[in-house]
Design a protein around this ligand. Structure first.
Ligand code: NAD
Ligand code: UGA
Length: 465
């Protein structure tokens, strides 16, 4: 029976996942390690509200388990040495150099973990791929472990994570399924069973699915590709709605009632963001290309092309509606996170919309309930399209939404935070320059109520012609 788990990577996946395992399995010691000292210090902050990731319900889980059987540490070697089972939960970003640049997953962090495990491990261990990885990565990890280790035996499992940010804790408490892939050998099957036993402490057995390693690795990329494809599909239709007078919300409802299609994941938007959809599809495209499957690659690449178009189209619409110039105009952004209930901004549509508008010399003032100035500047600087000084001058952040909107020419809704709906929109209108425009990139506001106040409302795929 597994008694000691180590997780390498204390990020959006490692942190919440291990916190839930520790809370649900008080008999297992769980140590989450990371090279990032600042991040580990934040996980250990005595004020549980200051942990580095904002996720509803997470601080309560951490408060219950931390110090009991949940530990956060920078002592990577020690945690590896003590563990029976090691989860690798490090980042696997898109490569920014060399072969596969801009498409393939960069596996350098994964390889470093494998080499460190091989160097440190003195007894047999189960190594679990929790990060999202290209299909067949397990064989590379096994090769490194077997050829650089001290003779210890390793079993490699694939156990991809399907949680969505903002709902991570509910997803982890009651997952649709837990997927575990392993070798078909008796040792592989035994390792699978040991991980099944961990999850079975709170997940019903019929929701724990076991497969071979390659199916598990590929299922993760496939799931994200299908989800992102749905968003790009409805977003593609949103543009057609705008030309024809159809309403995309009504179309989504009408098709979603077909039980074969289903109602979820059909919200038209300014475009999907997040650290994974784009990177995982690009990875899928790269893998397909590397096997010479060009039609397969082109098919999935279109999901990304459509998403880029949707983000650019949103910015263009703001510019053309504001009489073809936003130069020197103040545009208020409500929201910067890539979705509500998270402080994660990676690949958020807001970053790209801001970039396009700043290129047109707009002045942007952002309010996001969970994202501040430092992160916003980091995101813009990361794009590398202008100097840090220029970004600082062009995009500011304030701590009050009413201040953000004061004297603005237009408001753009970039994130679907619930609180935006309950603002005093009459007060906001009174303090704006007229005509006062709202570009609702999430279709969350009440179009009619806003128009009654006097706003000129532009949603995604909902405009009358
Ligand atoms: P993240 O960047 O938030 O966290 C990764 C952490 O790993 C960082 O803190 C980094 O310092 C640490 N790290 C990297 N190399 C290390 C090493 N050698 N030793 C110790 N620590 C190291 O990333 P994330 O969002 O948690 O994603 C991790 C993986 O999970 C990715 O493969 C991602 O695709 C996948 N995933 C993410 C989500 C999500 O919602 N964010 C959901 C499902 C799957
Ligand atoms: C997504 C998947 O939902 C998770 O199952 C997966 O584990 C995770 O990626 C991952 O591998 O990282 P996440 O990116 O956290 O989770 O959030 P989603 O809820 O999927 O939203 C992704 C983006 O799509 C957001 O920008 C969201 O606003 C957008 N979206 C989503 C829409 O525009 N419309 C929708 O109908 C749904």
């Amino acid at each position: 029976m597994i008694k000691n788990i180590c997780c390498i990577g204390a990020g959006y996946v490692g942190g919440p996942t291990m916190a839930v395992i520790a809370q649900r399995c008080p008999h297992i010691k769980v140590t989450v390690v990371d090279l990032n000292e600042k991040r580990i210090a934040a996980w250990n902050d005595p004020d549980v509200n200051k942990i580095p990731i904002y996720e509803p319900g997470l601080s309560q889980v951490v408060a219950e388990a931390r110090g009991r059987n949940l530990f956060f540490s920078t002592e990577v070697d020690q945690a590896i040495d003590e563990a029976d089972m090691i989860f690798i939960s490090v980042n696997t970003p898109t490569k920014t150099y060399g072969i596969g640049k801009g498409m393939a997953a960069d596996l350098k962090y994964i390889e470093l973990c494998a080499r460190q495990i091989a160097r440190v491990a003195k007894n047999d261990k189960i190594v679990v791929e929790k990060s999202t990885l290209p299909v067949r990565t397990a064989s590379a990890i096994k090769d490194i472990l077997d050829n650089t280790g001290n003779g210890a035996q390793f079993q490699i499992l694939s156990n991809p994570e399907f949680l969505a940010e903002g709902t991570a804790i509910e997803d982890l408490f009651a997952p649709d399924r837990v997927l575990i892939g392993g070798d078909t050998t008796p040792e592989g099957q035994k390792a699978i069973q040991q991980l099944v036993d961990v999850y079975a402490n709170w997940v019903p057995k019929d929701r724990i699915l076991t497969t071979n390693v390659w199916s598990s690795e590929l299922s993760k990329l496939t799931a994200n590709a299908f989800l992102a494809q749905r968003v790009s599909s409805i977003n593609a239709l949103s543009e057609l709605c705008e030309r024809t007078g159809a309403n995309v919300n009504e179309v989504a409802k009408a098709i979603g009632l077909d039980s074969r299609i289903g109602p979820k994941f059909l919200k038209a938007s300014v475009g999907f963001g997040g650290s994974c959809f784009q990177k995982d599809i690009l990875n899928l495209v790269y893998i397909a290309k590397s096997y010479g499957l060009h039609e397969v690659a082109d098919y999935w690449e279109q999901v990304i092309i459509m998403n880029d178009h949707q983000k650019r189209r949103f910015a263009k619409n703001i510019i053309s509606t504001l009489y073809n110039t936003v130069s020197g105009k103040k545009i208020a952004f409500l929201g910067w996170a890539f979705k509500k209930d998270t402080n994660d901004t990676r690949e958020s549509a807001a970053i790209y919309v801001a970039d396009d508008l700043v290129n047109e010399q707009a002045e942007i003032v952002v309010f996001d309930p969970k994202v501040g100035q430092e992160q916003i500047q980091f995101d813009l600087n990361y794009l590398n399209t202008r100097t840090e000084e220029e970004n600082k001058n062009a995009v500011k952040s304030v701590a009050n939404p009413y201040e953000a909107c004061k004297n603005a020419h237009a408001i753009a809704i970039l994130t679907e935070w619930d609180e935006f709906k309950s603002y005093d929109w009459k007060q906001i209108y009174d303090n704006m320059l007229k005509p006062a425009f709202v570009f609702d990139g999430r279709n969350i506001l009440d179009k009619k109520a806003l128009e009654d106040i006097g706003f000129k409302y532009h949603g995604i795929g909902v405009n009358e012609i």
